[in-house]
Write a protein that binds this ligand. Structure first.
Ligand SMILES: Cc1ncc(COP(=O)(O)O)c(C=O)c1O
Length: 428
């Protein structure tokens, strides 16, 4: 008998601890580019991209053949034991791609959280200092330091403390919520007065566009001010590009919009088109601070993932995915702003390239987030054949992470579902 979503959901719920989130009761049978099919044969457009992992789409043919070719040779030796050329080539490419003139070096790890952990280890080893500053609403992962840096309690931190010491949060500038760049910079100055002197701060970590926290775009002048502040006090500036990287925002990395050269960057997600790979890439003299053996991991820089990542970088260049991100972003913003004219629930539409979001509010008031509507919308969209993700400190933001390889038809079809579903929900 053919498998049913409902039955598999029952087995899933029994087999997995409830702490493991689950957005939709849709069990995937296969996926290609921006579409997937469930075990019952239903087709879905994928506007989630595995949470920003699939900028090059599901099973891009080039990624598929690179991985198949690597599997013919070997699948694992451990980069720390007997290395291989593909990892070196990938590190060389990332060192060249990382913005700014300072020579760069790379380490590979396996997940985004691990990249974040290691960026702080490197910053501490380099500075000999302990303090770390992150931003309210930011998300950096689920391991202990990454969780401490994350600026959202429920569900990420609730019940899991105590956290590593010496982590401080400042407000992220969000114009829509009345927090200006100056407010954020003033708060950092207050932090230096109230809590920790800048000479004890090892790192400031920031997402150039807040991902999980609601797709708020850090204004370039804010990132430039952070750069100046870090230079002034000898603090390592860590730019978390895990969600924003690899052409999503119309540039290879979102920080490029600001002209800032990061000290360290964390990368993961779309780096390897669906294979687990993450990296810290940064200024060589900072990256070299930890001693031999202090950094690494058994699966860090897996040869399968490196083969995939090299193919991903080729695809981004050959298919001009940065330009494509700009086009997709424009289409989405135009369509959503058009719909917003008759749908006051859409409080704001914002985008950097194809990192697009719409914030849902009650009574056109930014201070009345409508998380229930966002939840209902993702559910209704799925019923209509679209995988959609919410995010935000209050859960009221819909984020769009369609593969950059998606056709115009697919993008438009998905958007039409979003608007139709939203209209149905607000005119109930
Ligand atoms: C900005 C950012 N940093 C870190 C992480 C953690 O990555 P991972 O889930 O691979 O550990 C995420 C994941 O969503 C992220 O968006």
């Amino acid at each position: 008998m053919s498998k049913r979503n409902h039955d598999l959901q029952g087995r899933r719920d029994t087999a997995f601890a409830r702490g493991l989130g689950n957005a939709l009761p849709v069990f995937v049978e296969r996926a290609r580019n921006a579409e997937l099919w469930d075990v019952e044969g239903r087709r879905y457009i994928d506007f989630a991209g595995g949470i920003a992992v699939l900028n090059t789409g599901h099973v891009h043919p080039k990624v598929q053949s690179a991985v198949a070719a690597q599997l013919e040779r070997f699948s694992h030796t451990c980069l720390m034991i007997t290395p291989y050329e593909s990892a070196v080539e990938l590190a060389e490419k990332l060192n060249r791609l990382a913005p700014g003139p300072t020579p760069k070096k790379t380490i590979f790890v396996t997940t985004g959280a691990e990249a974040v952990e290691n960026s702080i280890k490197i910053a501490r080893a380099h500075t000999g200092r302990s303090g770390v500053i992150a931003f309210g609403g930011g998300f950096h992962g689920r391991t202990f330091m990454a969780m401490a840096l994350t600026g959202k309690v429920a569900p990420y931190k609730a019940g899991f403390g105590p956290f590593p010491a010496e982590v401080y949060h400042a407000p992220f500038p969000i114009a829509y919520h009345g927090v200006s760049v100056q407010d954020s910079l003033d708060a950092l100055e207050h932090l230096f007065k109230y809590d920790i002197e800048p000479a004890r701060v090892a790192a400031i970590i920031v997402e150039p566009v807040m991902g999980e926290g609601g797709f708020y775009i850090a204004p370039p002048e804010f990132l430039q001010a952070l750069r100046r502040l870090c230079d002034q006090h000898g603090i390592v500036l860590v730019i978390d590009e895990i969600q924003t990287g690899f052409a999503r925002t119309g540039r290879m990395f979102a920080i490029e919009h600001s002209g800032v050269e990061p000290d360290l960057m964390t990368m993961a997600k779309s780096l390897a088109g669906g294979f687990p790979l993450a990296a810290v890439v940064g200024k060589a003299h900072i990256m070299d601070a930890p001693g031999p053996g202090g950094l690494g991991g058994t699966y860090a820089g897996s040869p399968i993932a490196c083969a995939a990542a090299l193919a991903v970088l080729d695809v981004i260049a050959e298919e001009r995915l940065c330009e494509r991100a700009e086009q997709i972003g424009r289409t989405m913003v135009d369509t959503l702003l058009g719909a917003a004219k008759s749908l006051p629930a859409i409080g704001e539409v914002r985008a950097l390239g194809a990192m697009v979001a719409m914030e849902l509010v009650k009574n056109s008031d930014p201070h009345q987030p409508d998380a229930d509507l966002a939840k209902a919308l993702t559910k209704r969209a799925a019923e209509k054949g679209l995988v959609l993700l919410s995010c935000g400190l209050y859960g009221n933001v819909i984020r769009f992470l369609v593969p950059l390889t998606a056709s115009d038809e697919i993008v438009r079809e998905g958007l039409a579902i979003v608007i139709e579903a939203l209209r149905e929900l607000v005119t109930r």
